[in-house]
Write a protein that binds this ligand. Structure first.
Ligand code: CAA
Length: 705
């Protein structure tokens, strides 16, 4: 079968997109569509149906082509060709119609879809905007408000919703054959003499669009999508759609699209798109490795973390048992879960019946014996290796053969934990990020003896529960927290060398981070870090000046938001963060104690120290074989720590400025601040000398395996 098939049966021409796996609109598919339409315009067909072969209608433009020289026909040419047909053209949608795929459908004169189909314009998630008329046709078809939501959220809508807003004209029930139903619908269009409806010629409904509608949307997006350029361009395009002729609007959209697609933000977001797909691939483990069935799960520990983890499974219909030592702790844990679901209901994200269904899947127990039939156990108890070992000894006694035994430890040695069992091959780390029912990242920690099928099962399970899995080897803190410690260390050293808490935090938030490191400490509780340090050896704690300020805050009773004072002061009513001279006095006293002169630091200097420290440690993590590839580290930082997606993660950021420059910066910091924390990673040095990027290194590694 070629990428486009065309046949005419009776009155109806059937044009089938056949570009596996997702019918991406690559050059050959675009040419094929234009050729087929030419044939269709000349044959005896009276109406034409466009349908997708395989799993979906079409996933949009071929994202790989964005970094190549464009080749005619463009997708705009294809949509024009469709719209100008002199016979009705009907899109018959199943699976997904996304991005350029939906734009293709919007250029058709009618649209029908299977009830299970999803339609969306997700371009904004790639740092771009619909570039084949989406911003001009969507408001003409569904109105400005719906078009704004569809395009700026990037979220697809289900076929039923699409029908209710006019995005499709006809719904095909689940059990029907799409092509047969579309043929019937086409015949109906012909029989009823329905017009060839060209959306480019439809007016936009101006009702409810006040004069300040666009400015309000711009203001909304400057908060919701802070720092991103594509959402603002989208509003400009919608405004143009309202105020100009279609042709002018298309020209405007083209320019905005080109502006976005060549931007660093779009490059970063494309990088993340492919990074996510790559992360699921485990080097040295065949994708055909069988997976163990996971039909029931148990969680040890019903605290905030354990409860959050349990919710992930209940949300996808997998029954979970929560185990606690006492009935009282268990009740508290179950109540917390109920409260979390109730919040989702109150926000309209969940119905009462969905809440009831999910809660019905979560049960509690205080007896290990009741875990003897579960397929997976995740331990989420206090972060103490001895307690964890006790739990695993117990699990080894009671769990059935073949059960996967996972630890949610953030730092501890997974191998040491595995060794207390007689089945280290079944032991793995599944490190969730807090809040576990919200954060997308799951670090899958492979122990020295973890079996291949335990890894493949865990990676697949992560996708089932809507997480992004990243494989990590065993080391203190794995990928994420190992890097976090160098980042937090630099935040403390910046304070000691003269910066204020606000300067440190705003260097990060102005760069796009969700929160600065010191505000994060205040939120988490300064006592938490203090207590964690008590159990650490000196090499893990670092030298005393690194934690001197944090310790001083703790001893002054400044524990963060919970005591209304920490690195900042917090308004007791509004929780608003206020700069506090008392906090600064504590910081200054510590600088004096260590004889460190306090010098002014620019925002760029602070930012460089924080990010370049991450990059250098990221390179060490790669060098030590802890992460499979640099793009995995990027995913960890975006989906586990709230780094801005449009920067692409620390390693991509390093590539965007060049490894040579990054290496020079590390050397500069070493000469300024000493090399205790600024020893260049051997891998960074090697790449800089060879003028290679981290992504070159990733490619080399995947070619050599
Ligand atoms: N272009 C190129 N490759 C694509 C692609 C696209 N639009 N969409 C998916 N792929 C590739 C993936 O990289 C993956 O390749 P590998 O197997 O080599 O890793 C393969 O297709 C399968 O994809 P998934 O693993 O993601 O499959 P899935 O079934 O889990 O998800 C999907 C399918 C929902 C369509 C998902 O792939 C997706 O969201 N794709 C992107 C959709 C999108 O963003 N479209 C807009 C493109 S931009 C555009 O269209 C601009 C314009 O206006 C012209």
């Amino acid at each position: 079968m070629s990428v486009v098939e065309y046949e005419c049966v009776g009155d109806i021409g059937l044009l089938t997109l056949n570009n596996a796996p997702v019918n991406a609109l690559s050059h050959s598919l675009r040419s094929g569509i234009v050729d087929a339409l030419r044939m269709a315009s000349l044959d005896q067909s009276k109406a034409i149906i466009i349908v997708g072969n395989g799993a979906m209608f079409c996933a949009g433009a071929d994202i790989k082509e964005f970094s190549q020289t464009p080749q005619a026909p463009s997708l705009v040419d294809v949509t024009e060709c469709i719209e100008n047909m002199q016979k009705p053209v009907i899109a018959a949608i199943h699976g997904n119609a996304l991005g350029g795929g939906l734009e293709l459908a919007l250029a058709c004169h009618y649209r029908c879809a299977l009830a299970s189909a999803k339609l969306g314009l997700p371009e904004v998630k790639l740092g771009i905007l619909p570039g084949a008329g989406g911003t001009q046709r969507a408001p003409r078809i569904i109105g400005l408000e719906h078009a704004f939501t569809l395009i700026t959220s990037g979220n697809p809508c289900k076929a039923e919703k699409a029908l209710s807003i006019g995005l499709i004209d006809h719904l095909v029930e689940h059990d029907q054959d799409l092509v047969a139903a579309a043929q019937k619908y086409a015949q109906q269009v012909l029989n009823e003499g329905l017009p060839i409806r060209r959306s480019s010629q439809s007016p936009i409904d101006k009702q409810n669009i006040d004069s300040d509608w666009f400015d309000k949307k711009r203001a909304e997006l400057s908060k919701r999508a802070r720092g991103q350029i594509a959402p603002q361009h989208i509003v400009d395009c919608l405004e143009k759609a309202l105020n100009a002729e279609f042709v002018e609007g298309m020209q405007f959209e083209r320019e905005a699209f080109l502006n976005c697609v060549t931007s660093e933000q779009a490059k970063a977001m494309r990088h993340l798109f492919f990074a996510q797909r790559l992360a699921a691939k485990v080097k040295g483990v065949s994708p055909d490795t069988s997976k163990r069935p996971i039909k029931s799960v148990a969680i040890i520990g019903a605290g905030t973390m354990g409860g959050g983890i349990a919710m992930n499974f209940a949300n996808v219909g997998i029954p979970v048992t929560l185990l606690e030592l006492s009935a009282e702790s268990l009740t508290k844990g179950l109540q917390l879960i109920e409260k979390n679901y109730a919040i989702s209901v109150s926000k309209g994200r969940l119905s009462e019946s969905q809440k009831a269904q999910r809660l019905a899947l979560i049960s509690g127990s205080t007896s290990y014996q009741e875990l003897n039939q579960v397929d997976l156990v995740i331990e989420a108890v206090f972060e103490d290796v001895e307690i964890k070992k006790q739990v695993f000894r117990k699990l080894d006694e009671v769990c059935k053969v073949g059960a996967i035994l996972a630890t949610n430890t953030s730092y501890q040695d997974v191998d040491a934990i595995a060794q207390v069992t007689k089945r280290p091959q079944d032991v793995i780390g599944l490190h969730f990020f807090s809040p576990a029912n919200v954060m997308k990242l799951l670090e899958v920690v492979r122990g020295a003896q973890t079996a291949d099928d335990v890894i493949t099962t865990s990676m697949a399970l992560a996708t089932t529960i809507a997480k992004i899995p990243v494989l990590s080897g065993v080391c203190y803190g794995f990928i994420g927290n190992r890097l976090l410690s160098v980042y937090l260390r630099q935040s403390q050293l910046c304070l000691l060398h003269g910066a204020t808490p606000e300067q440190v935090d705003s260097a990060m938030t102005n760069w796009g981070a969700a929160m600065g490191p010191l505000a994060m400490n205040d939120l988490a509780g300064i006592d938490i870090g203090f207590k964690a340090r008590q159990g650490l050896s000196d090499d893990k704690k670092g030298s005393p000046e690194v934690y001197a300020i944090a310790d001083a805050m703790y001893h002054a009773g400044r524990l963060g938001q919970k005591t209304a004072v920490g690195y900042y002061r917090y308004d007791p009513e509004t929780r608003a963060r206020i700069n506090d001279p008392d906090a600064l006095a504590i910081i200054e006293a510590q600088s004096a104690k260590f004889g460190i002169p306090r010098n002014a630091q620019t925002e760029q200097e602070i930012l460089n120290r924080m990010i370049i420290a991450l990059v250098n440690e990221g390179a060490n993590v790669l060098h030590d074989g802890i992460a499979q590839r640099s793009s995995d580290i990027d995913l960890v930082y975006i989906f586990g720590y709230g780094f801005p997606a449009y920067r692409g993660g620390p390693m991509h950021y390093a590539d965007s400025i060049g490894t040579k420059k990054v290496f020079e910066m590390v050397c500069d910091f070493a000469s300024k601040f000493g090399n205790t924390y600024w020893t260049p990673s051997p891998l960074l040095k090697e790449l800089a000398e060879k003028n290679l990027s981290f992504s070159d290194w990733d490619a080399q590694q995947s070619n050599s395996k």
